[in-house]
Unconditional design. Structure first.
Length: 151
């Protein structure tokens, strides 16, 4: 369950906005509950892939507490979510898990894309993150890179 109680103190200085955010979160929760959970049961594994543009601590794409609440609410309706475009700096991802999703969640990340083929900025130093509900997904503690032969 997302840490929706953050709404109470995150927007304490603006009760009207706090009510606005709470209503939107409850509406999102209800809509996703019907759409996602309607055709599944407790034995189902709900998977998602989401490209969250420049997810990290980068300039104009830094997420506000309000947007982090919405992101967490959406993710929490799944069990395993592949998040694309996670920046090199993992502070925002860790903030999402620690302060919005809670202890039921963990993550794995790939290495950053870095530059390839002599193109310094190729890939924007982004990585892929796998967020998973610990009660539903377990990993074998073994990872590696896929290396394809040339040609």
């Amino acid at each position: 369950m997302t840490m929706i109680d953050r709404v109470r103190w995150q927007f304490a200085d603006n009760p009207a906005h706090r009510e606005f955010v709470a209503e939107r979160l409850l509406g999102l929760n209800h809509a996703l509950g019907e759409e996602i959970h309607g055709g599944t049961n407790e034995n189902s594994l709900r998977l998602a892939s989401w490209n969250i543009m420049h997810f990290g601590n980068r300039g104009s794409y830094d997420r506000t507490p309000e947007s982090m609440l919405y992101i967490a609410e959406i993710i929490d309706h799944f069990d395993l979510v592949a998040v694309q475009e996670v920046n090199r700096n993992l502070a925002k991802l860790e903030d999402l898990l620690e302060n919005y999703l809670g202890n039921d969640w963990d993550y794995l990340v790939t290495d950053t894309s870095g530059g390839h083929g002599g193109v310094k900025d190729a890939g924007n130093d982004e990585r892929l993150a796998f967020l998973f509900r610990k009660s539903k997904v377990h990993f074998r503690k073994e990872v590696g890179e896929i290396v394809l032969p040339e040609g």
